[in-house]
Design a protein around this ligand. Structure first.
Ligand code: M6R
Length: 578
C-alpha cells in the first residue's frame, strides 16, 4: 500500500526521497509525489504512473535539506495528480503524506467550512485540520497532535512545516532512521537502509518530532525514550542485483533462507513450545499466502506432534470469537507483520485473553509488538508482491516447531537441511518450468489438486499463478473433485497433480478420463501423467519442496503472458487497510 519517506539533514533531499520512493515501489502504487523545502519555498511535484518514467529534475539548494515523498495506492479518489500526495492546507505552509484511511473524513470535512479543498482524498482533511488548530493559536506540535487524535481508522502521517517533520501513527507502519546529523522517516526500512542501519520503530499511539534532534512522545504529549535498534539486513539484500526481477531473486534465495529459518535461537523455540503445550486450543491464522501456511501448520502439528489445531483466515477470525478464551493460543503467520486484517484478528484474540505467537519475517513490525512471543523466520527483505522465500521459511519454522513440540527438534532441523538441498536442486530446473509455462500460457484455467499437506500447497500454488500471471488457477483437495470440480474438466483442461499416492492418482485418473491434461509433480512417475516433473519425497518437509516448482511456474507464466512478476495487478505487498 502507500509508501512514505521523509528526510531532514545535509544530503540532497531530492535524491534521498527519490531513492526512498524507488525502494518502496514494491508496496504497489499508482501515483507518487514529493515536497521539498527550498529555503522558504516549497517545491511540490506530483505524478501519476511509475517513478522512473517521469522522475523530474529536482532543485538542489544549499543549507538544510528537508522534504517528504509518497507513493499512493488509490483508495479515496481516482488516480490523478491532484489526488496524489503530498497534500497541503489552504496557506500551503503545512504539507503532509499519509498511509491508511481516515474513516471519519466526511464528518471531519463538514467541520472545515471555508477551507478550500483541491482533492477528493481523505488525506487532505488532515492538512486542513492542522491549519484550523494553528489558526486557533495552537503551536505546531499541539496542532498536529490534536488533529491526529481526531482521525478514526489505522493511519500514519508525516507532516512538514517550517523546519520540522512531525510523525504519528495509529496502525499503518512507520519507522525512523537515525543518522549522523540527519533523520529519516519511512514506511519501511529499505527506504533509508543505504544511509543508516539505526532504526526506531514507532508503536501505535506514538508521535515523533524531528528538528535538530529527534523526540518521541505519546499522543497525550508525554515524552518517551527512543528505543533504537540495529537493522541486520544489508542494503544489497534489498536490491535486485544480477536478477531481472525481485521475485526470481527471492525464489533463488530460498536454500539459504531455509537454513536460517532452521537455525532459530534455541530459547525462542523453547518459549514457543511452552506456549503450544500450555494451550488447550491452538488456532493458526494468516491472510492470502500466509493463510495457506497457517493451514499447513495444522497438518504439521497433527502428523508430527499428533496434536489437534485449527486454521482460520485472518479476516474471518472474529466470526469465531466465541471459541477464543484465555486457554487459546493464536499462531499468527505473516511476512510483513502489518496486514490490517491479521492485526485486527490478533487484537480480537488478545481482548479475549488468548496468547499470541507470531511467525514473522519483518522484525520490529506491528505484529511483533502485539504478539506475546515471536519466531522470526529470517528470510531477509522480500520485495516482490508475490511472497516466496518468506513463505517457505515460515513453513520451515512451523515444521521445526511441530517437531520441537513432539520433543524431536533435531530431527526437524535435519529435515529442513534436506529441504534446503532439494529446493536448490528444484531451482536449478527452472527451464523445465519455463517450458511448461510456454505450453500453458494461453489456457483459461489451471487446476491443482493435492491431499493432506499437499492441499494447502495446491492452494498456495494457485495463489501464485493467479497473482503473478492473472491466469485463473484453483487449488482443490483431491477428495473434493467428484463433489463439484469435475464439472469444470473438459478436453485439454490442465490439471497439476501433487504427489503419487494411491488416492491422488485415483483423482488424476478421474480427470484424465474426462480429457484432462495431467501434469504430475511427484517422487514417482505414473502412467496417468501426461507430463512428469520429479519432486523428491522428504516426508513432512515435502510441502516446502513441492511448492518451489509451482512458484517457478507462476513466475514464467507471468513473463510469458507479458506481466511484470514483481507488481501484481491491483495488489499491494503490504495490505495495511481493511
Ligand atoms: O505480509 P503478510 O504475510 O501478512 O501478507 C498477507 C497477504 O497479503 C500476502 O500473503 C499476499 O497474499 C501475497 N500477495 C501473497 O503472495
Amino acid at each position: 500500500m502507500c509508501g512514505i519517506i521523509a528526510y531532514r539533514g545535509k544530503r540532497s533531499a531530492g535524491e534521498v526521497l527519490l531513492h526512498g520512493l524507488r525502494q518502496l515501489e514494491y508496496r504497489g502504487y499508482d501515483s507518487w509525489g514529493i515536497a521539498l523545502k527550498n529555503g522558504h519555498e516549497l517545491e511540490v511535484v506530483r505524478r501519476t504512473g511509475k517513478i522512473s518514467a517521469s522522475a523530474p529534475k529536482l532543485a538542489r539548494h544549499k543549507g538544510l535539506q528537508l522534504g517528504l515523498g509518497h507513493t499512493r495506492w488509490a483508495t479515496h479518489g481516482g488516480v490523478t495528480e491532484s489526488n496524489s500526495h503530498p497534500h497541503r492546507d489552504c496557506s500551503g505552509s503545512v504539507v503532509l503524506a499519509h498511509n491508511g484511511i481516515v474513516e471519519n473524513y466526511q464528518e471531519l470535512k463538514r467541520g472545515l467550512q471555508g477551507h478550500r479543498f483541491s482533492s477528493e482524498t481523505d488525506t487532505e482533511v488532515i492538512a486542513h485540520l492542522v491549519e484550523k488548530e494553528l489558526a486557533g493559536g495552537a503551536p505546531l506540535r499541539e496542532a498536529f497532535r490534536s488533529a491526529f487524535l481526531k482521525l478514526e481508522g489505522r493511519n500514519a502521517v508525516v507532516l512538514l512545516s517550517g523546519e520540522e517533520l512531525l510523525v504519528a501513527k495509529s496502525g499503518s507502519p512507520m519507522v525512523l532512521g537515525l543518522g549522523d546529523g540527519e533523520s529519516f522517516v519511512a514506511s519501511d526500512v529499505p527506504a533509508f537502509l543505504r544511509y543508516t542501519d539505526r532504526a526506531v520503530f514507532l508503536a501505535d499511539g506514538e508521535m515523533a518530532v524531528i528538528g535538530d534532534d529527534v523526540r518521541l512522545y505519546d499522543l497525550q504529549g508525554t515524552p518517551k525514550p527512543l528505543k533504537e535498534e540495529t537493522i541486520e539486513w544489508s542494503p544489497e539484500q534489498a536490491e535486485k542485483g544480477e536478477y531481472p526481477h525481485f521475485m526470481l531473486k527471492e525464489m533463488m534465495e530460498q536454500p539459504e533462507a531455509l537454513l536460517r529459518a532452521g537455525n532459530l535461537p534455541k530459547e525462542d523455540l523453547a518459549a514457543a513450545v511452552a506456549m503450544v503445550r500450555k494451550a488447550k486450543r491452538v488456532f493458526a491464522i494468516g491472510c492470502g499466502t500466509a493463510a495457506q501456511v497457517a493451514n499447513l501448520s495444522t497438518y504439521l502439528f497433527s502428523c508430527i506432534a499428533e496434536m489437534p489445531s485449527q486454521f482460520a483466515i485472518g479476516s474471518e477470525f472474529s466470526h469465531l470469537k466465541p471459541a477464543i478464551n484465555q486457554d487459546t493460543l493464536v499462531i499468527a503467520v505473516s511476512q510483513s507483520g502489518e496486514t490490517a486484517d491479521l492485526l485486527e484478528a490478533v487484537a480480537t484474540a488478545k481482548e479475549r485473553g488468548a496468547k499470541v505467537l507470531a511467525v514473522l519475517n519483518v522484525k520490529g513490525s506491528s505484529l511483533m509488538r502485539e504478539a506475546h512471543h515471536t519466531l522470526l523466520v529470517n528470510a531477509g527483505p522480500e520485495k516482490a508482491v508475490a511472497s516466496t522465500k518468506a513463505t517457505t521459511a515460515q513453513m520451515a519454522v512451523l515444521l521445526l516447531l511441530a517437531h520441537a513440540v513432539a520433543g524431536r527438534a533435531d530431527e526437524g532441523k535435519r529435515l529442513i537441511e534436506s529441504a534446503s538441498r532439494a529446493v536448490r536442486e528444484m531451482l536449478s530446473r527452472s527451464e523445465e518450468m519455463r517450458a511448461l509455462a510456454q505450453r500453458l500460457r494461453d489456457r483459461q484455467n489451471i487446476y491443482i489438486i493435492g491431499r493432506g499437506m499437499n492441499y494447502p500447497v495446491a492452494r498456495e500454488g494457485a495463489i501464485k499463478i493467479q497473482e503473478v500471471s492473472t491466469l485463473h488457477a484453483e487449488g482443490i483437495a483431491g477428495g473434493e473433485l467428484k463433489h463439484y470440480a469435475l464439472a469444470l474438466v473438459e478436453k485439454g483442461t490442465p490439471c497439476i497433480v501433487l504427489g503419487s499416492g494411491k488416492d491422488i492418482l485415483g483423482n488424476a485418473m478421474e480427470i484424465k478420463s474426462r480429457g484432462g491434461d495431467i501434469i504430475g509433480l511427484s517422487p514417482e512417475r505414473s502412467e496417468v501423467f501426461d507430463t512428469w516433473i520429479q519432486v523428491p519425497d522428504l516426508g513432512p518437509a515435502s510441502a516446502i519442496v513441492q511448492l518451489v516448482p509451482l512458484q517457478l511456474l507462476a513466475y514464467h507464466l507471468g513473463i510469458a503472458r507479458g506481466m511484470d512478476p514483481d507488481y501484481c495487478r491491483n495488489l499491494a505487498k503490504s495490505v495495511t487497510v481493511k
